[in-house]
Ligand binder design. Structure first.
Ligand code: COA
Length: 159
């Protein structure tokens, strides 16, 4: 498996991967969300197996490190195509992202995930993230699910 940085054009063509990670079907909404992430500097990296991109991770960092205390580096999207799951594709993408964020001098890396996404929760715990908070009824409308916040703290010693 090879991990490569994706161009904005490539990202905008892979709405299927965005749909997997964001969980909405509306193409216009997905395109708009992706464009706003690309616009603020979120980077996307794809996992390629035999030239095919089977998953991706995207993360945002405050490039200049000016307000990282207020908003630490954060994973925005993580998705793996169904046929390629449980083969450590996401683990490798996550390790790649963690290494880059740590090498850039950041101490923390966060991600939020929907309360019903138990697979994702298990996955993050398995990969050294810990749940630091869980916000019930995320949108405050009485119907929305909870949102769990996971954090990884870099200690300088890889386990
Ligand atoms: C969550 C997701 C990214 C995991 O991708 P993956 O490539 O299958 O993950 P890995 O193979 O690297 O899994 C590593 C470990 O995480 C845990 N894990 C991953 N998927 C799991 C599942 N479906 N059920 C239980 N544990 C799971 C396991 O401990 C696994 O190790 P194991 O296979 O040795 O038991 C993938 O299932 C996916 O794309 N899900 C939908 C989108 C999503 O939830 N994205 C994250 C939102 S932020």
């Amino acid at each position: 498996m090879e991990i490569k940085k994706l161009t904005a054009e490539f990202v905008l063509e892979r709405l299927d991967l965005a749909q997997i990670s964001i969980g909405i079907d509306n193409e216009r909404a997905l395109t708009s969300l992706l464009k706003s992430e690309l616009c603020r500097g979120t980077e996307y990296f794809g996992a390629f197996v035999e030239q095919k991109c089977v998953g991706w991770i995207s993360f945002w960092v405050d490039q200049e490190g000016i307000f990282s205390n207020a908003e630490p580096p954060r994973i925005m999207d993580l998705a793996v195509e169904k046929d390629f799951r449980r083969q450590k594709v996401a683990s490798q993408l996550l390790e790649f992202a963690c290494d880059r964020v740590e090498a850039a001098g950041f101490k923390r890396f966060m991600v939020t995930t929907g309360g019903s996404m138990f697979n994702a929760r298990l996955f993050y715990v398995k990969n050294g993230f810990r749940q630091i908070a869980c916000v019930p009824n995320w949108f405050g409308d009485g119907n929305s699910s909870d949102q769990a916040i996971f954090m990884k703290t870099f200690t300088g010693a890889k386990v």
